[in-house]
Design a binder for this molecule. Structure first.
Ligand code: PMP
Ligand code: GLN
Length: 387
């Protein structure tokens, strides 16, 4: 028999699923996979439920319900001063995961190079490799995750078609600052390429401002900016994402969406439109609550002797395990923690190209998008296992 696609067949199951399965098996607290353990806002859920009873059950329009595209445009204006045409510059997708694949499909041809920044989210490399594109990885070095200018410059060349940028960044919690974005924007302009901007954690920053690359000079025409209702409304299971892009690109992203999914659940779209229009207080409350949880976990980890890396945004904080791991690598230590402490985490080496140089082995990622009492219990369990 002929073989199925060898690249996909050999792709390991995602680390998020592996650690969640281990968490269930060992009755562990799941600080691994990034999903909140509280329901999202009840009023948003009610709108989705009502929409099911209101004839919102057949195919939605290809690029999304008009009310959601309008809400995405309004949110671009409210938070970033971006003027966006809801009719031609917004595409609704089934999650940011689909949006990432659709944006890549929209711009790359086989053989094109795509600059990606490690540590990176685990769908980036498979998605671009399956399209025949070639990744050019640039590493940010812990603990400060600063951008290595010379290496970034060197990664761009005549074959570069796009850069993928994730800010606020998973797993590092880094929020790219203006000077770093300016450097990236210069390179994007100089090499005449596109930028796929994964901004799913846009509303989860802690006293630092999230700046979309799209707002920098010359970037409006080159960026595809991706948001996720899952993250902005603590409803990760809904898988509703949205791409904002200039019309010429959005129309091609829409073709990719047409091929991949065609249309996203209409009741969820209606509820997300309602959610996006919530007042500023909602968004401030979301990030304030997440920041409190970050502080709780970070301070607890410090008391246990872990050093943590700065985490200005996202659901995640990275800890250095050197003091406790007794020579074990991050994968081994994370397995030990889930089995012996009853706390699941994610080894940071999972966020590196398996074909690249050896990744750091001394870092694990904790998710703090969990109830304070759960974080306290996790810290107690860690203390017991490590003492
Ligand atoms: N990008 C990043 C950086 C993420 O952490 C996630 C996490 N879930 C996604 C994309 C995917 O988002 P969605 O669930 O909306 O597909
Ligand atoms: N984005 C989530 C995380 O980083 C996981 C999403 C998934 O499991 N695919 O934990």
């Amino acid at each position: 028999m002929k073989t199925p696609n060898q690249y996909l067949a050999s792709l390991p199951t995602t680390i998020f699923t592996i650690m969640s399965q281990l968490a269930v098996k060992h009755g562990a607290i799941n600080l691994g996979q990034g999903f909140p353990d509280t329901e999202g806002p009840q009023d948003i859920i009610q709108v989705a439920a009502d929409a099911l009873r209101d004839g919102r059950n057949q195919y939605a329009p290809l690029t999304g319900l008009p009310e959601l595209r309008e809400a995405v445009a309004a949110s671009n204006r409210r938070f970033y001063g971006l003027e966006v045409d809801p009719a031609t510059e917004v595409v609704v997708t089934s999650g940011a995961t689909e949006a990432l694949a659709a944006c890549l499909m929209a711009v790359v041809e086989p053989g094109d190079e795509v600059v990606v920044i490690e540590p990176l989210y685990d769908t980036y490399l498979p998605a671009l490799k399956l399209l025949g594109a070639v990744p050019r990885c640039v590493r940010l070095a812990p603990p400060h995750w600063s951008v290595p200018e010379a290496e970034l410059r060197a990664a761009f060349g005549p074959k570069t078609k796009a850069i993928m940028l994730n800010s606020p960044m998973n797993p590092s919690g880094k929020v790219f600052v203006r000077e770093e974005l300016e450097l990236i924007a210069d390179l994007v302009r100089e090499h005449d390429v596109y930028a796929i901007c994964d901004e799913v954690y846009e509303h989860l920053t802690f006293h630092v401002k999230h700046i979309p690359l799209m707002t920098l000079p010359g970037m409006r025409e080159r960026c595809m900016r991706i948001g996720s209702a899952g993250k902005s409304f603590s409803l990760t299971g809904w898988k509703v994402g949205y791409v904002t892009a200039p019309a010429a690109l959005a129309s091609v992203v829409a073709k990719a969406h047409q091929v991949l999914v065609f249309a996203t659940a209409p009741n969820l779209q209606r509820a997300v439109a309602y959610g996006l229009n919530k007042d500023d207080g909602y968004y401030e409350g979301l990030s304030a609550q997440m920041e409190t949880q970050r502080d709780l976990l970070r301070d607890g980890l410090h008391r246990l002797g872990f050093e943590t890396l700065p985490a200005d945004g996202s659901y995640f904080i990275v800890a250095d395990i050197s003091r406790h791991a007794a020579g074990r690598g991050d994968v081994e230590f994370a397995r030990w923690l889930v089995e012996h402490a009853g706390v699941a985490t994610i080894p940071v080496s999972a966020f590196y190209d398996p074909q690249g140089d050896a990744p750091p082995q001394n870092l694990i990622r904790f998710a703090f998008c969990k109830k304070p009492e759960i974080l306290r219990e996790a810290l107690k369990r860690l203390e017991k296992a490590l003492s």
